[in-house]
Design a protein around this ligand. Sequence first.
Ligand SMILES: *Cc1c(COP(=O)(O)O)cnc(C)c1O
Length: 385
Amino acid sequence: MKDDTKLTRLGRPHDDRGQVNPSVARGSTMLAPSASALYDFPPGRKHYGRVGLETHDALRGALTELQGGAGCALTSSGLMANTLSILAATEAGGEVLAADCIYGPVRNFLTTQMSRYGVRTRFFAPQMGAEIGDLITDETQAILLESPGSLTMEMQDVPAIAKVARDKGVITIIDDTWSAGLTMKPLQLGVDYAVQALTKYVGGHSDLLMGAVVARDDALFQRLQTTERAFGFHTGPDDAYLALRGLRSMGVRMQRSAESSLTIAEWLAARAEVGAIRHPARSDHPDHALFKRDFSGACGLFAFEVPGWDIATSEHFLDALEVFGMGFSWGGYESLAIHCDPQLKRTKTAHKHDGALIRLSIGLEAPEDLIADLERGFMAVADRS
Ligand SMILES: *Cc1c(COP(=O)(O)O)cnc(C)c1O
């Protein structure tokens, strides 16, 4: 079956209750069938609500199947899905190699928290492939990828890195939020842990914070689940339900956002003010060949440069917008715009952008209205100068 069909079927109850959707199962206490079974935990028996109940199982099963993995852990945020996978993959004395374009709060976790537990982080240039083998040492335990990367949209050669890492016994983790696990299948490309911020396209309605990690094989899943349970991570069943509900329409939402984003990017490219467009699905993106090879589609998140603009000009532009909101999430139904400076966080490589870098998350509005809104912004800047 194609993913579009799968999205309508995954995680549904297969029993004779006739329910289309799973129940929202709230509960801490699970009663044992008998005194002798109290301390008997056969696989599959739920002894306590912290391990997750019916609704969690439905979502975990759906995400596992969508990604073609062996099992899934749910977390209370996308950030925690990253931190859980890092905790599962490392131990004291080890080292993480991380792409210099990763999501800022994950960088912060590595440098301020993992360092306290004796795990070092080295950052590498984001446009990397098999040559990462030269960076791997005896201490290297995990490689953290994000492709395309936050803000800059730089891409890694994911299968090439996964292969080198596997040959050297290093676990690969990818923050795959941009593809939502739908338009790229990192586990099929050889990655060990696929991390998702379900907050973005899976939730899709800006009313949910949640994350997930899907493991490639059983041993990796055992390792993940052992860590998850030891830390006591838990998510609420109402949130799991919302994420599962979001999955149903995710395919059409992403496709619509992606199409609109390309229409808008094309309009921007024709504007005299605009410099480079950073959209992996466009042929002018430096890593477009990797996109074409590894992805079946895009989403609505991209960025563009405006040479000569300082922060005050970017602020003037954004303040003139009436349809785009300004805010930090993305992947919701509503379009968002921010100005940003990836260089503030990077340490390994300089990210040169000319003037301002504006990031857009294109939602479900009519693209004409979004274009008119951007035009309003450019006119406000022109009127000012
Ligand atoms: C938003 C985001 C996260 C974090 O997700 P939260 O649910 O907000 O914690 C992680 N990675 C990427 C790439 C993101 O864009």
